[in-house]
Write a protein that binds this ligand. Structure first.
Ligand code: TXA
Ligand code: MG
Length: 340
């Protein structure tokens, strides 16, 4: 249902246009939703302390109400308004990695509406590393609740067009600064337990975090899965069925393609694997280069293959090191069957 005539404003990320930022901040303060870029993916932003805005976010995304949101802050005062307590470890992590792709789970203040946290006593907070995001949060003068700006269950948006493809008419404005840098979401780290535990692998790797605070706890165990309710749901799924290749031998690719192709239109997302022989008619998206390049282009490749009308997408996995852990997490979820 199109409620809004969604506008798009193109902004130079290095020289944010203040008129556009002011306009976006005014919309946020009046309870409206604005999609904005971060270094990871585009977020669907609303006033994180206003229950009306929070309700609009859940409705626009079709998101289950027990899947809590991340509050995005731009300064220490905003952090203090949402986090009741910041442990020494959390403080150290903020110094080392904020602004950046690290979301910290912290005890919440009473100012944070239950709608933002799905009724939990904790809140997810991050300071994004993007000049437009920071300027918008600062100008709005309130922490912004911002889940990835996709319909619930779909691949996260790395361009303004992806946001429109999913949410046109459901929000007031999109601030467009081009493709996002990292391409997968932030790492979610629970700092309410000792040692901290990764609830969602993301743009900041486990080894990078451990280099600063030492070994993390084992994750995800059953308890931490319960603490991150969002991890239960299907995620990152294009319309096509996703098959994750078990290994990266050309024969495996050929066999999988041949089996799928007898009944379906097939697309492939490939990274290091060079297809020796792939039958004509199979759409190939190759994202070569490093694992960061793969993370950067992955969600767009899944969406592009959907747009081409393929029914099965065969994707190449990567080693679970560094950013590879986040990439494999997304691929596994995209490939997993729907939860009943
Ligand atoms: O990179 C990102 O993090 C992007 C950009 C826009 O900042 N945002 C994002 O938000 O990915 P979202 O809503 O798609 O994912 C938030 C994740 C979910 O897995 C949710 O379950 C978890 O954070 N989360 C939020 N609050 C939590 C809490 N209090 N305890 C445990 N997990 C929480
Ligand atoms: Mg999301």
């Amino acid at each position: 249902m199109a409620e809004y005539n969604t506008r798009v404003i193109i902004i130079d990320p290095m020289l944010p246009d203040h008129t556009a930022i002011r306009e976006a901040a005014t919309l946020i303060r009046s309870g409206k939703l604005v999609a904005f870029p971060t270094e990871t993916v585009y977020g669907l932003g609303g006033d994180g302390l206003n229950p009306t805005s929070l309700r609009r976010i859940y409705t626009a995304k079709g998101r289950p109400a027990d899947n809590p949101l991340i509050l995005h802050v731009a300064n220490q005062a905003q952090l203090a308004s949402v986090a009741a307590e910041v442990s020494d470890i959390a403080r150290t992590l903020m110094r080392a990695f904020w602004p950046g792709p690290l979301t910290l789970i912290l005890p919440k203040t009473t100012q944070v509406p239950d709608l933002a946290t799905g009724g939990l006593a904790t809140v997810a907070v991050r300071m994004p590393d993007h000049p437009v995001a920071l300027a918008l949060i600062q100008q709005a003068g309130t922490p912004l609740a911002a889940p990835s700006a996709n319909r619930s269950g779909r691949p996260s948006p790395t361009t303004a067009q992806h946001v429109l493809d999913d949410l046109d008419g459901a929000l007031a404005l999109v601030l467009d600064t081009g493709p996002t840098a990292i391409g997968v979401e932030s790492t979610v780290l629970d700092t309410t337990c000792t040692p901290p535990v990764i609830l969602r692998p993301g743009g900041l790797s486990q080894t990078t975090i451990e280099a600063v605070i030492g070994p993390l706890g084992k994750s995800p165990d059953a308890a931490s899965q319960r603490r991150s309710p969002g991890m239960r749901y299907r995620h990152y799924s294009p319309k096509a069925r996703v098959l994750l290749l078990a290994d990266t031998r050309p024969e495996t690719l050929q066999r999988t393609v041949a089996a799928a192709r007898s009944h379906h239109r097939v697309g492939c997302v490939l990274h290091q694997l060079v297809p020796v022989e792939v039958p004509s008619g199979v759409m190939i998206k190759r994202i070569g280069g490093s694992v960061s390049d793969y993370a950067h282009g992955l969600f767009a490749a899944l969406r592009d293959l959907d747009a081409l009308g393929v029914e099965v997408i065969i994707v190449e996995g990567v080693a679970e090191e560094g950013l590879g852990a986040a990439v494999m997490d997304r691929l596994r979820r995209a490939a997993s069957p729907l939860e009943a």
